[in-house]
Design a protein. Sequence first.
Length: 277
Amino acid sequence: MAVLGAGTMGHGIAQVAALADADVTLRDIDENALQRGLAGIRKSLDKAVEKTKVTRAQADEALARVRVVVPLDEAVRGADFVVEAVPEKLELKRRVLADVVQHVGPTCVLATNTSSLSIAAIAEGLPHPERVIGMHFFNPVPVMKLVEVVRGPRTSDEVTARVVALAQSMGKEPIVVRDSPGFATSRLGIIMGLEAIRMLEEGVASAEDIDKAMTLGYNHPVGPLRLTDLVGLDVRLAIAEYLTREIGPRFEPPALLRQMVAAGKTGQKAGEGFYKW
């Protein structure tokens, strides 16, 4: 397997694939990003060992199955499966996969970790579009059980079955959804997150109390504002703008979200969002 993008999602996907006995090549355009990704995998595996989720030997073997490279052709050559985890920009994802197909065989599965973008649009112009599919992981990848498998209009039954089986081999619970704006999870998750931001904007309650309402009142593991910090306010804004264009005004981003992104308060990665990190 080749995983393209060594950020939070990419190195998490590489880790769970390696634990499932896959030989993984993790690729990024920046060597420093690759080393940070590798360090993230090492830290996550160490934590899993401490919690007795895996043995020390399993962790060491998984880490040994991950190699990091910068050249794209070297990363994907001979791969049975490629998953891209680059930023949530349609043209970027299309460009990356257009480069990939020059170096892989026609049966290599091309998966995109998009959380909301159209699989049909990502696959447009690619040879053998029946092998293009969404494989939406959740953050943190080693912990979250769900994988949303998104069938494009031309995705084959065989490829869908292969991806479902792959997710299961990683210890995940896959659901299969049709290619539609926001799929199932992003549509539901974003609408709650946007409403929580509006409530904060209107002074209904503090960020902590809004989150506590959902964690204690509805047994959610994390509140919508803290989750927005973890996902990234800029990512949530981009998804909301996309869904507004595709579905309608109920996904219109609140002014507070736009203001915070403009101020660079994009969440955990920036050290500040709705919380200080």
